[in-house]
Design a protein around this ligand. Structure first.
Ligand code: HEM
Length: 416
């Protein structure tokens, strides 16, 4: 029987519904809770192809309008020039130009240099609850870590980071989109970022110093003499901040939960971290990828819209139709992964779609990997008898249309 989507049960465990869709209706027409009609793409091969299909645009202006001429996604289209005209809402050639500029500033070297800071933040957060023997790993750990990490990397001064924590909390609780309190938060972030970028531009030294922050790097980046405009720089900071918050919270939250529910895999990782010749690095690296595949933070890649009539998996998609690629369903496709519902931290053949695919592939993946690795390794090294302190039935999931993650994760352990 066709499963009900977007219910409470679905948010708690969407995988049985995804298995049904993959088998019976792999490209599925559905009505989203907002009333918008959209296609869900659930098989790995179709998903990968759709993510790289240039006929599917990221620009919400391509969404078919309703009878009143309104774009019904709730995402502002062209009129919304401001923070929303960022990488995830634009197509080439603008996307190509902006992505090239940000890649010049957001380099693997900058991320590698940031490792000690992520370690320090992680240890400080664990220090905050280690003595008590209990914690809510979402509230006390997974939530603050990515916010402070990305703020530090961008160069948001420490005294302003609590404001970001509040704004981010508001956006996550109310699920993105420019509505109500969220609209107010976006407005405050816009004003704040404009001012910060302006100040950094004024103070920018001629030659970059060691450990220069990312905003200064963005201001400095140029391509054939072209620089980011102030608005583009602000929208870029906004997408880096917000694409990196909830995703990384969910990587740490969903990932730790998956380990606690799979004691054999947890024991393997603990053993490898304690006694492995490489300090557990190899299993940690393959393990983070497997946790992303098994229960990744991003349920659906963000919206795409057909710019011309096309077929996906044999179904006819009309111009203007929204297409949602269900990464979480694709990553459990038995046609692609052996034993897909089993968590295997040393899985080798693991080209999951958790970070997307094609030109919008996650630019923050190296930072997310660094944070995920550091968070899990430090947590397990310092609190090796970490265990769940609640019945799994009592846990609440935040199921959105884009992200899926735990609202709370109570744990207990022996204080070190
Ligand atoms: C894009 C996942 C962390 C910044 C994406 C996409 C996915 C994704 C699936 C592609 C969306 C699409 O094609 O529609 C994740 C996951 C993360 C993570 C699972 C954590 C585990 C981060 C972090 C940052 C970040 C930490 C920033 C520092 C971005 C940006 C894009 C993006 C800017 C847009 C790239 C473009 O459109 O060219 N991410 N992300 N992400 N991500 Fe991430």
């Amino acid at each position: 029987m066709e499963p009900e989507l977007f219910t409470w049960e679905f948010a708690t465990d969407p995988y049985p519904a995804y298995a049904w869709l993959r088998e019976h209706s792999p490209v599925h027409r559905t009505t989203l809770p907002s009333g918008v009609e959209a296609w869900l793409v659930t098989r790995y091969a179709d998903a990968k192809q759709a993510l790289a299909d240039p006929r599917l645009s990221k620009n919400p202006a391509h969404h078919a309008k309703d009878a009143h001429g309104k774009n019904r996604t709730g995402i502002p289209g062209e009129r919304g020039a401001n923070l929303m005209t960022h990488l995830l809402n634009i197509d080439p050639p603008d996307h190509t130009r902006l992505r090239r500029l940000v890649s010049k500033a957001f380099t693997p070297r900058r991320i590698a240099e940031f490792e000690p800071r992520v370690q320090e933040l992680t240890d400080r957060l664990i220090d905050g609850f280690a003595e008590t023997g209990r914690a809510d790993l979402i509230h006390d750990f997974a939530f603050p870590l990515p916010i402070h990490a990305i703020c530090d990397l961008l160069g948001v001064p420490a005294e302003d980071q609590d404001d970001f924590r509040e704004w981010a909390g508001m956006m996550i609780r109310h699920g993105g989109g420019p509505r109500g309190g969220v609209a107010r938060s976006v407005k405050r972030i816009r004003a704040y970022l404009a001012e910060l970028i302006h100040r950094k531009r004024e103070l920018l030294p001629e030659v970059p110093g060691p450990g220069e922050d990312l905003i200064s790097g963005l201001i400095r980046a140029s391509d054939h003499g072209e620089h980011l405009t102030e608005n583009e720089a602000a929208a870029m900071c906004f997408v880096l901040l917000f694409a990196g918050f909830e995703t990384t919270i969910n990587l740490i939250g969903n990932g730790t939960y998956a380990l606690l529910r799979n004691p054999d895999q947890l024991a393997r990782l603990l053993g490898s971290l304690a006694d492995g010749a490489d300090g557990g690095q190899e299993l940690l690296d393959t393990g983070i990828e497997e946790l992303l595949r098994y229960d990744g933070p991003v349920e659906l890649a963000t919206w795409r819209y057909a710019t011309e009539p096309l077929h996906i998996g044999g179904r006819a998609v009309a111009t203007g139709d929204p297409v949602l690629v269900v990464l979480a369903a694709a990553d459990r496709d038995p046609a692609r992964f052996d034993d897909p519902d089993t968590l295997d931290l040393s899985r080798r053949d693991n080209q999951h779609l958790g970070y997307g695919h094609g030109i919008h592939y996650c630019i923050g993946a190296p930072l997310a990997r660094l944070e995920g690795r550091t968070a899990l390794a430090t947590l397990l090294r310092r609190l090796p008898d970490l265990r769940l302190a609640a019945d799994p039935e009592e846990l609440r999931w935040r199921g959105g249309l884009i992200m899926r993650g735990l609202r709370n994760l109570p744990v207990e352990f022996t204080p070190p």
